[in-house]
Design a binder for this molecule. Structure first.
Ligand SMILES: Nc1ncnc2c1ncn2[C@@H]1O[C@H](COP(=O)(O)OP(=O)(O)OP(=O)(O)O)[C@@H](O)[C@H]1O
Ligand SMILES: [Mg+2]
Length: 361
């Protein structure tokens, strides 16, 4: 069902992403490692899950959500959990884990004894998978928080890349901490020259957004006037996650139209605001907010570098050093809040635009 709030897992529930899904499948089939990129709520997790399920007759797909994992130890736990819930996998590779002290193989799958050497343990785990000879696609979602352990992780990934062609990774996360280290590896990095192929998701166009809402409503046996649908798209734009939430409020929860839209905006803004607060911790809040606000106001054309500089300086009544401003914009870009195309900076998410416009310094 289109208005189901969980990430989609089947192609027939995945609206308007045929090309992207085909492309992800093509890249995996060609042996590539891939990074699925895009702002929050654009459908990254859904795209990865659909690709894994479509490829399930050829590859063993392992989906691991690394949300909240900050170190290799907790990443190991998440990986082991993901493997335990991937049907048929444990039986195939448990013999390759036998003899490694950190793993215990019981009736419910693998469990992890506390590991004092998570780097070695993680490599042992991937080696065991690799030696089965089966072909694995391991989707690591929400990798952003692992930036702190990136040197170790990059080393492990570089090793897997060189040793086991039958293990491929697909990475995603809305916040580019680790993804950036993966995508722009310096000459000293174990992934230098082997960084994953990028697959960037764009918001739906206006027409696709309208058609998405209509199809979802139709599935629920409801119809709505063009004007009201247009008004929703005007407000929520082409971010499929917000459109789905609205559709769910209206057609599943059966809230009245105005209430459904208001609740979607409020809930969405709550999510966006808490992410923004988290991002701003330890940063120059005044400066970041001024930059975001100036960019938000310039929608839909976007703001050029010179405009951002001039208007932020006016707002803060101080002259800005170009290098510091560039640093701020880069930080926002990496966090997925700001995009840059043809020299214009934009905030794609309309709810983020509303939040920054109403947040006092
Ligand atoms: N192509 C699609 N068709 C229908 N619904 C979709 C599509 N893509 C995403 N959704 C819905 O939108 C919401 C967000 O999707 P998803 O979790 O895949 O996005 P995401 O980019 O991973 O979000 P986040 O950044 O929060 O992790 C979910 O409710 C999901 O069901
Ligand atoms: Mg996701």
């Amino acid at each position: 069902m289109l208005f189901d709030l969980r990430a989609k897992e089947r192609r027939d529930e995945l609206y308007g992403r045929k090309e992207e899904a085909d492309e992800l499948i093509r890249l995996i089939n060609s042996g590539s490692w891939v990074a699925v990129l895009g702002p929050r709520m654009i459908g990254k997790t859904s795209l990865m899950k659909v690709a894994l399920s479509e490829l399930s007759n050829k590859y063993t797909g392992v989906y691991a959500n690394l949300f909240g994992t900050k170190g290799l130890g907790s990443m190991l736990v998440a990986l082991v959990n993901a493997l335990n819930s991937t049907r048929g996998t444990i039986d195939k590779f448990k013999s390759f884990l036998a003899g490694i002290e950190e793993f215990h193989i019981g009736p419910d799958g693998i469990s992890l004894r506390s590991s004092s050497k998570p780097v070695t343990t993680m490599f042992d785990l991937f080696s065991a998978l690799g030696r089965t000879g089966d072909h694995f696609v391991i989707a690591l979602d929400e990798v952003q928080e692992l930036a702190a352990v990136s040197p170790h992780l990059l080393k492990i990934l570089g090793n897997v890349f060189n040793t086991y062609r039958n293990i491929q990774f697909v990475f995603s996360g809305s916040n580019f901490g680790l993804i950036r280290v993966l995508l722009e590896p310096g000459p000293g990095s174990p992934l230098y020259g082997r960084s994953p192929t990028r697959l960037a998701l764009k918001p739906f166009t206006k027409d696709v957004s309208v058609a998405f809402l209509k199809s979802g409503l139709h599935e629920c046996g409801m119809e709505f006037g063009e004007k009201r649908i247009d008004a929703v798209v005007e407000r929520l734009d082409g971010l499929v996650g917000w459109l789905t939430l609205f559709g769910h409020n209206l057609a599943v929860k059966r809230l009245a139209y105005e209430v459904a839209l208001r609740e979607t905006v409020e809930e969405g803004k709550g999510i966006v605001r808490s992410e923004l607060d988290h991002f701003l911790e330890g940063r120059d809040k005044r400066l970041y907010l001024a930059v975001l606000r100036v960019i938000a106001i310039k929608e839909p054309l976007g703001a050029k570098w010179g405009e951002v500089k001039r208007e932020v300086e006016m707002e803060l009544k101080q002259v800005l050093n170009p290098a510091s401003l560039l640093n701020v914009i880069e930080g926002l870009r990496r966090a997925g809040m700001v995009t840059e195309e043809d020299g214009a900076y934009r905030i794609v998410d309309p709810l983020l635009r509303e939040v920054v416009s109403s947040t006092p310094f």
